[in-house]
Ligand binder design. Structure first.
Ligand code: TYD
Ligand code: MG
Length: 455
């Protein structure tokens, strides 16, 4: 917390003094000084710039936030439709994943359309940033670079330039002398973030900060900042793959779980406007152990291939491996397949993958995962041009999924002819571009979804 000194005020003439005085040097009154309680620092107490006194609901100004675009559609969508002035956005991700690249591209775009952008780089010298900018073919006449790490001077420089956007890369590299700890410590992270938040609100200037996260998200700290900022976006991906997925996990100005998909090329991150096609491009037709699910990431449907491989275990204890899928759900699905559908998986290793570096956590993918496992175990491919969506319950029942119409539209767009759907959801859907095969149990779905032997 910021330490602030109290002041003493003469009750006669209003003269102020930092310490108590017996006699006022101004009006010469005796014993007239009273202590005024210390003012709480602006940074810590007033984060929201609007009036602190309560307003009744109709008096609160609402309206659409005036957003502006980064000219990167995938980023705009994940932000909820563009940048909201005065918002503080945290972009987290593992080191080397592409945070600086993405922000430099966005900063350059904003500087072309909205005016000055200040890009503070605490980890690289302006020369290094310039080399990257050259690679990204950024000229950036309105892009101002500084390699500064002291927060107060960052903010005073920004106050002079009055930018349309301030980027601080990274929050771990900045420090404020007010927190008596080393840069990168939790205290520093919290206080610096709080100050940036308050600065953003006071100046109505959006601020982007980056934060390094390690794979388990614990060591480097940004997870502790999640509740302090307006929006949290994570840039994910496997370093050996070119795809990068930008995911919003918190957004005060938009929906969460929105994703943007990029590819890292030699000249920066490129948007992938049609990711389903990319995710399915390497799929081999007619193979066993593969099923396609129309998942929904935020508001966007995405077709993802899930693969499964079952093979007799050479160890006593059969193993279950989930890549990009929830391990607990895989265990549940193998148990349901064993007990409700007669698949003897007790002595089989089961490996299940979501391809393309995707991570799927929604239960609507259960049916496709179960189908892929059954396909591998029975050595029969899933019917060609069939997708599957549905949640699987412990009794082997197929449960309804949200927003089936959007999923079906995407499946039809990519040329799928039929979809296995939960019976309950099928009743409410209007989509006619794809044949619906309504199922109520997993056993039934496997019977309908796998190709007959010898056909
Ligand atoms: P960077 O943005 O520095 O990552 P972060 O800020 O998250 O630590 O990205 C670094 C990686 O991206 C590095 O391995 C090089 C690669 N890269 C490209 O492949 N193409 C490019 O155009 C750029 C700028 C970087
Ligand atoms: Mg970086």
């Amino acid at each position: 917390m910021v330490k602030s000194k109290s002041v003493f005020i003469c009750q006669e003439c209003g003269r102020q003094s930092p310490n108590w005085l017996g006699r006022c040097p101004g009006c010469e009154a005796w014993n007239s000084y009273l202590e005024k309680p210390a003012e709480r620092s602006k940074a810590s107490s007033r984060i929201l710039s609007e009036s602190a006194s309560p307003l009744n609901l109709p008096a609160v100004k609402a309206g659409e936030e005036e957003r502006f675009s980064t000219s990167i559609q995938e980023l705009d969508r994940v932000l909820g439709g563009g940048i909201v002035p005065g918002s503080l956005v945290l972009i987290g991700g593992e080191p080397g994943i592409g945070k600086s690249t993405l922000l430099l591209q966005a900063a350059s775009n904003v500087s072309r359309t909205k005016g000055k952008v200040v890009y503070i780089s605490g980890e690289e010298t302006p020369r290094q940033v310039k080399i990257r900018a050259h690679r990204l073919e950024i000229k950036g006449e309105e892009l101002f670079l500084a390699a500064e790490t002291e927060l107060e001077s960052i903010l005073s420089q920004a106050e002079i330039l009055k930018p349309a956007l301030l980027v601080v890369d990274s929050i771990q590299s900045v420090y404020t002398p007010e927190a008596d700890t080393l840069p990168g410590s939790l205290n520093q992270l919290r206080l610096s973030t709080q100050k940036l938040m308050s600065w953003a609100k006071t100046n109505n200037c959006p601020v982007f900060i980056t934060g390094h996260v390690t794979k388990d998200g614990t060591i480097a700290g940004p997870r502790v900042l999640e509740h302090m900022v307006d929006a949290v976006l994570y840039l994910e991906g496997e370093p050996f793959q070119a795809y990068r997925i930008l995911r919003s996990v918190k957004n005060r100005f938009g929906s969460t779980n929105e994703v943007g998909i990029f590819e890292m090329l030699s000249d920066g991150l490129a948007e992938i406007p049609n990711p389903s096609a990319i995710f399915l491009s390497e799929r081999l037709a007619d193979t066993v152990g593969s099923a396609v699910v129309p998942t929904l990431e935020g508001s966007r449907p995405l077709l993802v291939e899930v693969q499964a491989l079952t093979s007799p275990s050479v160890f006593g204890q059969p193993r279950r491996v989930a890549n990009g899928l929830d391990y607990g759900r895989l265990l549940m699905l193998t148990a349901v397949l064993g007990r409700r559908c007669g698949l003897k998986l007790g002595k089989e290793d089961v490996i299940a993958n979501a391809t393309g570096g995707m991570r799927i956590s929604e239960p609507a993918a259960d049916l496709a995962i179960a189908l892929a496992i059954a396909s591998s175990y029975r050595d029969r491919p899933v019917l060609p041009d069939l997708t599957a969506v549905g949640e699987v319950g412990l009794s082997g029942e197929i449960r309804a999924v949200p927003r089936l119409d959007r999923r079906l539209a995407e499946a039809a767009r990519l040329g799928f002819k039929a979809c296995l759907v939960p019976e309950r959801s099928a009743k409410n859907t209007k989509n006619s571009n794809i044949r619906l095969i309504a199922v109520s149990t997993l056993r039934e779905a496997i019977r309908m979804g796998l190709r007959e032997v010898g056909v």
